[in-house]
Design a protein around this ligand. Structure first.
Ligand code: NAD
Ligand code: MG
Length: 397
C-alpha cells in the first residue's frame, strides 16, 4: 500500500499529539508531511526532529526564524513557513493526502476550508470551523472530492453507527434521531451558586477526558455540547429537533443513533481520542490505536440523565443559534471564544460566560451567511462586542 502523507494543523495540541501517537504506530501506512503550531515552538522543534516533515508552520516570522535556528544543525531539511498563508499552503499542498484539522477555534477555518477545497481526506476535530461556516463548509465538501470524517468522539460514534456507505453531508435513510452523549463536565451536580466562584483550574480538570484548555472550559459550561449539536446538524444533515443531548457521566457510550424500526445503535469505548483518530486515518479499515478494549465489568453500570439548561444555559443558546441560522452560530462561537479566554485569564466569572454570549446574540443583528466575507465580518464584530461586554460584566452590571 502506498504511504499516505499527513498534514497536522495544530500538531502541538492535545489532538495533534494523539494523532502523532497513532501515526507513529503505523510507519508503513503514514508519513508526516507538515506540522503546525501557534506558539509552542519548542514542542514543534522536537516533533520535527522525530517525524522529519517536509514543512513546519509557526504563527509569525520571529517564531519561524527561531524554529529554523533550532533545526539548523540537525539536518532534517524541514522548510519553515508562518502565518495563515503557511497554514493554507500545507493544508492544500498537492502532495498531502490527509489533513488533520486540530487547530482550536476560528483560527482553523481558512486552512480547514482550503483542505476541503483541495479535495483532501479531512479529519475534522476543529468543530468551531464548521459551527461558524456550516452551509458554506458543507457546500465546499459536496463540490469537491474531499472525504470529510468526524473526529469529535460523539460524531465519530454516530458516523460508525450509520449504514455502511454513509457520507457526511447526507441524511442517512431510516434515522429517526441521534443521541449526543455528554459527560456533564466537572460541575454536573453543582448548584448555580457554587459555580459562581469556580476557578480556571477547577474548570479545566475534566473528569473523563484530557483535552486542551478551551474545550475543557466548553465542556464545563456545556457549550461544547451546544457546539456539537450544531456540528451534528451539519455533518448528518439533521434538524436541531432530531438531535437530543443525553448526560452520561461514565463517558463510555460516545453517542447513539435511533432508527425508525425501534433500533438504537451505540458506539462504546474508553474515552481516548486515539480511537476516533485511528478510524479517521484508516477508514474504512480499522487499525491499532494504542487504546485498550473497554472492560464492561470494570465500568459496571451506565447512567443517562436529562441536561439541566437552567444551570447550563449555553446548551439552550447554541440550540437557539442554529435555529436562527445565518451568522448566529458564528456570533455564538466568537462570543464564546472571547468569554472563555477572559475566564481563563481571570477577567470573567464562570457564570458570566453565558451572559456575555446571550447579550452578544441579542444585541447584534444577524445576517444571511452568504459568503466567507460575511461570516468573517460577523466573527470580528461579535468579538468586539463581546470584549466590550466583558468590562460591563466585570462591574457586575
Ligand atoms: P489544544 O489547545 O490542545 O491545541 C490546539 C492546537 O492549535 C495547538 O497546536 C495550537 O498551537 C494550535 N493553535 C491555537 N491557536 C491557534 C491559532 N490562532 N492559529 C494557529 N494555530 C493555533 O486543543 P485540542 O484539545 O487539541 O483541540 C483542538 C480542536 O479539536 C478544538 O477545536 C477542539 O474543540 C477539538 N476537539 C478536541 C478534543 C480533545 O479531546 N482534545 C475532542 C474533540 C474535539
Ligand atoms: Mg466531543
Amino acid at each position: 500500500m502506498a504511504q499516505q502523507l499527513v498534514t497536522i494543523l495544530g500538531a502541538t495540541g492535545s489532538i495533534g499529539q494523539s494523532t502523532l501517537d497513532v501515526v507513529a504506530r503505523h510507519p508503513d501506512r503514514f508519513r508526516i508531511f507538515a506540522l503546525t503550531t501557534h506558539q509552542r515552538v519548542d514542542s514543534l522543534a522536537e516533533q520535527c526532529l522525530r517525524f522529519r516533515p517536509r514543512f513546519a508552520v509557526t504563527a509569525c516570522e520571529v517564531d519561524a526564524e527561531l524554529l529554523r535556528k533550532s533545526l539548523q544543525s540537525s539536518g532534517v531539511g524541514t522548510e519553515v513557513l508562518f502565518g495563515t498563508e503557511g497554514l493554507v499552503k500545507v493544508a492544500s499542498a498537492p502532495e498531502a493526502d490527509v489533513v488533520m484539522a486540530a487547530i482550536v477555534g476560528a483560527a482553523g477555518l481558512l486552512p480547514t476550508l482550503a483542505a476541503v477545497q483541495a479535495g483532501k481526506r479531512v479529519l475534522l476535530a476543529n468543530k468551531e470551523a464548521l459551527v461558524m461556516s456550516g452551509a458554506l463548509f458543507m457546500e465546499a465538501v459536496a463540490a469537491s472530492s474531499a472525504t470529510l470524517l468526524p473526529i469529535d468522539s460523539e460524531h465519530n460514534a454516530i458516523f460508525q453507527c450509520l449504514p455502511a456507505g454513509s457520507r457526511c453531508g447526507e441524511t442517512a435513510a431510516g434515522v429517526e434521531r441521534v443521541l449526543l452523549t455528554a459527560s456533564g463536565g466537572p460541575f454536573r451536580d453543582w448548584s448555580l451558586e457554587a459555580m459562581h466562584d469556580v476557578t480556571p483550574e477547577q474548570a479545566i480538570r475534566h473528569p473523563k477526558w484530557a483535552m486542551g484548555r478551551k474545550i475543557s472550559v466548553d465542556s464545563a459550561t456545556l457549550m461544547n455540547k451546544g457546539l456539537e449539536l450544531i456540528e451534528a446538524c451539519w455533518l448528518f444533515r439533521l434538524a436541531p429537533e432530531s438531535v437530543q443531548v443525553v448526560v452520561h457521566p461514565e463517558s463510555v457510550v460516545h453517542s447513539l443513533v435511533q432508527y425508525v424500526d425501534g433500533s438504537t445503535l451505540a458506539q462504546l469505548g474508553n474515552p481516548d481520542m486515539r480511537t476516533p483518530i485511528a478510524l479517521g486515518l484508516a477508514w474504512p479499515e480499522r487499525i491499532v490505536a494504542g487504546v485498550p478494549a473497554l472492560d464492561l465489568f470494570a465500568v459496571g453500570s451506565l447512567h443517562f440523565e436529562v441536561p439541566d439548561e437552567q444551570r447550563f444555559p449555553c446548551l439552550r443558546l447554541a440550540r437557539e443559534a442554529i435555529r436562527t441560522g445565518g451568522t448566529a452560530p458564528a456570533v455564538l462561537n466568537a462570543a464564546n471564544e472571547i468569554a472563555v479566554a477572559a475566564f481563563l485569564d481571570r477577567q470573567l466569572r464562570f457564570t458570566d460566560i453565558p451572559r456575555v454570549i446571550e447579550r452578544t446574540l441579542t444585541e447584534l443583528p444577524m445576517m444571511v451567511a452568504d459568503g466567507l466575507t460575511t461570516i468573517l465580518e460577523a466573527d470580528r464584530t461579535a468579538r468586539e462586542h463581546a470584549t466590550r461586554l466583558l468590562a460591563i460584566c466585570a462591574k457586575g452590571a
